[in-house]
Structure formats: structure tokens, C-alpha cells
Design a protein around this ligand. Sequence first.
Ligand code: SF4
Length: 95
Amino acid sequence: MSNEIKKYKIEHDRDICIGCSACASVCPKYWTMASDGKSNLEGHTEDEIGNQSLGTNKNPITEDFEANLDAAESCPVNCIHVFEVKEDGTSKDLI
Ligand code: SF4
């Protein structure tokens, strides 16, 4: 199923993040550890995320789906969510 994904979005609920760094270990291209001990999703500044409890990539992306799915699956508190973005603009929560 995962190979059929064309576009996807990621949401990161930073309020729940416990800073275990699993996501950054699994998918360092997209996930880095921030100075406050929590992880950041690539493409967002700490300030942007700090003003929102929910970080999300601005535009649907197509590459590195498996790596980000692995990051979401590695999260012990399930605060990373991956959404498939369909052609009609609707999205489906995959994890
Ligand atoms: S795996 Fe989850 S809890 Fe751990 S740093 Fe990443 S987002 Fe935070």
C-alpha cells in the first residue's frame, strides 16, 4: 500500500513529544532535536513551532514517505501523524 502514496503531509504534536530522539535517529533528513529537548520537523523554525502546538509541513511532499512513516512508527507517544493527500485534496490519516 505504501508504495502507492503520491503525496503526504506530516503533523507533529509537539506538546506530547517527550524528546526521545527516535524520529531523528530513524529519519534525520526530516527530524532534528531542538534546543528545548523536543524534536523539530524539517522546514519549521523553533519559533514557528513554539507558537503552535502542532507542526506540519506546509506543502504535501512526495519523497521519503517510507522514512517518515518509520519515524512516526518509532515514536513511543504517537505524536507524529502521516496523512496521505489524495488527488481531490482530501487526506487520510495513515498513522
Ligand atoms: S520519536 Fe516522538 S517523542 Fe521521540 S523525539 Fe520524535 S516526536 Fe518526540
